[in-house]
Design a protein around this ligand. Structure first.
Ligand SMILES: [Fe+2]
Length: 264
C-alpha cells in the first residue's frame, strides 16, 4: 500500500459511482455527492463497478479515464479502483472467459457477477464453472435479493462449493429490499454463507453507501470480528487479489438441512 492510501475503514466492492455510464450518477455533481456520503460513512476504499449488461456496455479503457477524474475529486480520503458488475449473459461470459482481467475487480481474480432475476440452475452453474476455469473467482452479487436463491438456498450452496463467494448488499440487513431479503441475509450470515458486504450504491440518496448501519446490524447478530471480516478484511483482500482471510467451508452433508431450515 503506498503512502497516500488511507488506513482501511470500510471497503466497498460494489458501487455505481461514475457519471453517465449506467443507472448510477447522472452528473459529476451527483458523483461528488456520492463520494462525500461514502467518506462520511467511513468508507476508505471502493471499487467502481458499472453495469455490463444488455442496457449498458462496459468499456474498461473509457471507464478508467472517468475513474481517474473521480479519484482526483475524492483526493486522499478515498482510494478508488475499477471493476464492473457483469451480467451473466452468454456474450458476457464468452468475453470474460477470453479476457477476464478486463472485467474483474482491480484486474485481479475476483469477478463480480449478476444473476438474471430468474435462471436455470444447471446452465448458470456451467457458466460459473467456465469462469472458474478461466482463473476467476466469481463474486455472486446480492443472492439474498434473488427470488431463485430465496426459494432454493441449496442452489447457492452448490455455487459456493464450486468456489464462488457471496456478496450481500449492506442495506439488505436493514430492510431496504424488504423483509424477505432482510431475513435471508441474516440467515446467510448465521449459516456462514456470507463472504463480503458491499453497498451497491447508486447515488447519495438512492441505495446510499450506508455501510455503518450494516456494520451495526452485523455486529449485533454475529459480533464485531465478523463485521470487520465482511466489510473490511475480505473486500480489501479482493482488491489486492489475495485469498480471503475469512472463507468458511460449506459442509457437504449438513448444508441442505441447515439451509432448508433457514428458507423463507
Ligand atoms: Fe449493482
Amino acid at each position: 500500500m503506498n503512502a497516500d492510501t488511507p488506513a482501511p475503514g470500510w471497503v466497498d466492492t460494489h458501487l455505481h459511482l461514475l457519471p453517465g455510464v449506467d443507472d448510477g450518477p447522472a452528473s459529476w455533481d451527483d458523483t461528488v455527492a456520492l463520494l462525500e456520503a461514502m467518506v462520511a460513512a467511513g468508507t476508505t476504499h471502493a471499487v467502481a463497478t458499472p453495469h455490463a449488461n444488455y442496457q449498458f456496455r462496459f468499456e474498461r479503457e473509457r471507464t478508467e479515464a472517468l475513474l481517474q477524474q473521480a479519484q482526483a475529486l475524492a483526493g486522499e480520503r478515498l482510494r478508488l479502483y475499477l471493476g464492473c458488475e457483469l451480467h451473466l449473459s452468454y456474450e458476457n461470459v464468452q468475453q470474460a472467459v477470453e479476457t477476464p482481467k478486463q472485467f474483474s475487480l482491480n484486474g485481479g481474480r475476483y469477478l463480480l457477477v449478476e444473476f438474471p432475476e430468474f435462471f436455470e440452475r444447471g446452465a448458470l452453474g456451467a457458466a460459473l464453472e467456465r469462469l472458474r476455469d478461466a482463473g476467476t473467482v466469481p463474486v455472486l452479487a446480492h443472492p439474498e435479493r434473488n427470488p431463485v436463491f430465496q426459494q432454493h438456498p441449496e442452489a447457492l450452496d452448490d455455487y459456493l462449493r464450486q468456489g464462488c463467494v457471496a456478496q450481500l448488499t449492506a442495506s439488505s440487513f436493514t430492510g431496504r429490499f424488504g423483509k424477505r431479503a432482510q431475513q435471508f441475509s441474516a440467515a446467510l450470515l448465521e449459516g456462514e454463507r456470507a463472504h463480503v458486504v458491499a453497498s451497491d450504491g447508486h447515488s447519495a440518496q438512492q441505495r446510499a453507501p450506508h455501510f455503518h448501519k450494516a456494520v451495526t446490524a452485523i455486529t449485533a447478530m454475529a459480533g464485531e470480528e465478523m463485521a470487520q471480516a465482511l466489510c473490511r478484511d475480505n473486500p480489501l483482500a479482493m482488491i489486492e487479489d489475495r485469498p480471503l482471510p475469512y472463507c468458511p467451508e460449506i459442509p457437504a452433508a449438513k448444508k441442505r438441512g441447515l439451509l432448508a431450515r433457514l428458507r423463507g
